[in-house]
Design a protein around this ligand. Structure first.
Ligand code: PEP
Ligand code: MN
Length: 343
């Protein structure tokens, strides 16, 4: 059950509601939002009687049963799409959001050149990894704090918002100081200690689908962040592992539409990791717009042949610019809310 309290309900009313829930044998989990408290009740008990009793209590706006195992992120809990404000743009709103940049931050020249290029092409956000999850411990691990500083410098110079990966709960304060959105990579989608910490990090989180994770598991991970106090979660489909070897991963494009049915959270697509090949990125990006994604996370590098990571799937700045021009008419249809373009 979820119990939504009225705006600015006094603490005494909240306490009474929590006591009543406990009397019915449920455990209480309350979330202090900016304006209102939402209380989650989990356990086994007489749901109908409990809901009836709660609805009659002072301070209660709405008490409802939610059948999905993920509660706060479900469409049952919230019908309208969540909008997440980042650096003057609404993700999940009326603007199709482009997040673009290199896989890894490599140098001042590289990140500045990329930031200026993607900004000119119309991107709203700059991506770049400062902490890199690499399969081999001998591969480049990221510039860490130096990388974060360069991202901030590039963001300030261009006005782009910054999204960068966080790999450990120990880095939460540090990364939150420099980034507008904290990215949880596919390999950390079920790092529950990290997810819990991000519930209190004060910044929006972009949660990537694990390469062997179901849609339901992705939503349960998002629920961790929200249940720990942070409602600002963006989901990202980035391809999953299948028997297919032509592409780095198999893009579950349908996941975007499925997620749009199941959750109110914004959903973006990463066509770079989903394919592993730059030649496929524009086609998949078109598909993402058409199926109703809220944005794209795309790898772009001024010299992909010299990139320290993911060069093969990175667009050059010129290719990104061309793709942005080609996407314009599709994004216009998306904005107009044509069936199939918006959920
Ligand atoms: C990345 O965005 O560079 C990355 C490592 O992505 P993923 O976690 O999807 O593999
Ligand atoms: Mn990458």
């Amino acid at each position: 059950m979820i119990i939504s309290m009225r705006l600015h309900a006094p603490q005494a009313e909240i306490d009474q509601v929590c006591d009543r829930i406990r009397e019915f044998g449920y455990k209480v989990h309350s979330i202090q939002g900016e304006e209102r408290v939402v209380i989650g009740a989990v356990g086994v008990g007489d749901v109908t009687a409990c809901l009836e009793s709660l609805e009659a209590m002072p301070g209660v706006e709405k008490a409802m049963r939610i059948s999905a195992p993920y509660k706060f992120v479900s469409r049952e809990f919230r019908k309208e799409k969540s909008r997440i404000r980042v650096n003057g743009h609404d993700i999940g709103g009326d603007e199709f959001i482009m997040m673009a940049g290199p896989c890894s931050v490599e140098s001042e020249a590289q990140i500045m050149e990329t930031a200026e290029a993607v900004s000119r092409s119309g991107a709203q956000m700059l991506r770049g990894g400062a902490f890199k999850p690499r399969t081999s411990p001998y591969d480049f691990q990221g510039m860490e704090v130096e990388g974060l500083k360069l991202l901030r410098q590039a963001g300030q110079a261009t006005g782009l918002g910054i999204i960068t990966e966080i790999m450990s709960d120990r880095d939460a304060e540090l990364v939150a100081e420099y980034a507008d959105v904290l990215q949880v990579g596919a390999r950390n989608m079920q790092n529950f200690a990290l997810l819990k910490t991000l519930g209190g990090c004060g910044k929006p989180v972009l949660l990537k689908r694990g390469m062997s994770s179901t849609i339901r598991e992705l939503l349960m991970s998002a629920e961790y962040v929200v249940a720990h106090g942070n409602p600002n979660v963006i989901l990202c489909e980035r391809g999953i592992r299948t028997f297919e070897t032509e592409t780095r991963n198999t893009c579950d494009i349908t996941a975007v539409a499925v997620l749009n049915e199941l959750t109110h959270l914004p959903v973006v697509l990463d066509p770079s990791h989903a394919t592993g090949r730059r030649s496929l990125v524009p086609a998949l990006s078109r598909a993402a717009v058409a199926i109703g994604a809220d944005g794209l996370l795309v790898e772009v590098h001024p010299h992909p042949e010299k990139a320290v990571s993911d060069g093969a799937q990175s667009l050059t700045c010129e290719q990104f610019d061309g793709m942005m021009r080609d996407l314009k008419p599709l994004i216009a249809l998306w904005k107009a809310g044509r069936p199939g373009f918006r959920c």
